[in-house]
Design a protein around this ligand. Structure first.
Ligand SMILES: Nc1ncnc2c1ncn2[C@@H]1O[C@H](COP(=O)(O)OP(=O)(O)OP(=O)(O)O)[C@@H](O)[C@H]1O
Ligand SMILES: [Mg+2]
Length: 332
């Protein structure tokens, strides 16, 4: 089959969180080629119309949408699927609406809270929000992903509105976009990945991110350094764990159930990963729902797939089958 992989236009010398998108697209193109498909790369850049024209020139029978940060702007992630829908093309991954709502962390949290799904309390820069005034707060970008802007200065104390406003304004200037405050959940961190299958989404084996050798006062978060700076303490001390004792099975079952509900709530397609923290009392909180998370070999999604016995080619095949089934005129 003739396929196009739509990805970010990554300039030379781009930081690792952006460069990763191209590596992912190249790996998935190789995986699709191993399945016997003719896979071409196509960068989403300049105007949507120009990008779609270059895509059309490849005459794809289906498109793999891997666009994450078009032109370096995370807030435009939903442009590609919206235009693919308008063009009537079969494409892999979440639709435009699901991509918009899950990528705007405040829209996603509102949707989760409305559906009765647990997500930490929050406050916007305008002082609105939901949940108790209990801090401390973690200051996060509304649109970013890959832990952009998350570091040891991201924590703001409880019950100090002036310091909270100042911290939000400073972080917004740093990341170049709106931020919000989310109640900091001290406790364990888990990722639950889901892959489309012939009988609906399949829950892949869970993973926990461990914080090893952290000093008592050190902030236990998977921040930018932990994800992207291989030489940093945080990168080297946050291993992924995929084996769990029997005592964790009830909690893992609960997390899996919540992840499945997120898939249904947002109308996800293809593949997804839900990030959780679990507080000291064992209560899970959904931090975010990642539609189309990174499929690179070293990313969390592929680690979960591998644990289920699926390599990149097997994952690519499943996602493609789902794209064809969801296409206009397809099964759904
Ligand atoms: N409310 C919170 N309480 C505790 N830790 C948090 C909270 N929100 C975020 N974190 C920490 O920051 C990390 C990144 O947060 P989050 O997953 O929301 O952002 P992201 O930048 O979209 O990440 P991703 O790379 O998964 O797209 C989490 O993995 C977690 O370690
Ligand atoms: Mg995350």
């Amino acid at each position: 089959m003739r396929l196009s992989l739509l990805h970010d236009a990554v300039p030379a010398g781009a930081p690792p969180d952006l460069a990763d998108n191209l590596a992912q697209a190249q790996q998935m193109a190789a995986a699709l080629a191993r399945l016997g498909h003719e896979a071409s790369l196509c960068a989403w850049q300049d105007s949507p119309a120009a990008s779609l024209a270059r895509l059309a020139a490849q005459r794809p029978q289906a498109v793999f949408n891997l666009v994450e940060t078009p032109l370096g702007r995370a807030s435009r992630i939903h442009a590609a699927p919206i235009f693919l829908e308008r063009a009537g093309l079969a494409f892999a991954g979440a639709g435009g609406r699901a991509m918009l709502i899950t990528s705007h962390k405040l829209l996603a949290k509102r949707a989760l809270a409305t559906a009765g799904l647990p997500t930490p309390a929050w406050r916007t820069m305008g002082g609105r929000g939901q949940g108790p005034e209990r801090g401390p707060w973690l200051i996060k970008a509304v649109w970013e992903h890959g832990s952009v802007g998350i570091d040891e200065n991201s924590l703001a104390p409880a019950h100090d509105p002036a310091r909270l406003s100042a911290a939000l304004a400073a972080k917004a200037a740093q990341v170049g976009g709106p931020c919000f405050a989310e109640a900091y959940v001290e406790g364990r961190e888990f990722n639950l990945a889901l892959l489309a299958g012939p009988n609906g989404p399949e829950l892949l084996p869970p993973a926990e991110i461990l914080f090893e050798g952290y000093s008592p006062g050190q902030l236990r978060v998977v921040g930018y350094r932990a994800k992207w700076e291989a030489g940093s303490f945080e990168y080297q001390h946050t291993p992924r764990r995929q084996e769990f004792p029997a005592a964790d099975q009830a909690l893992l079952g609960e997390l899996g159930g919540l992840a499945r509900r997120c898939w249904g709530l947002f109308g996800l397609r293809g593949w997804a990963r839900v990030d959780f923290r679990v507080d000291r009392a064992g209560r899970p909180f959904i931090l975010e729902v990642n539609a189309n998370p990174c499929l690179a070999a070293d990313a969390g999604f592929m680690a979960a797939a591998q644990r289920a016995g699926l390599d990149q080619a097997a994952v690519a095949g499943r996602i493609l089958a789902d794209a064809l089934a969801s296409a206009p005129g397809g099964r759904t």
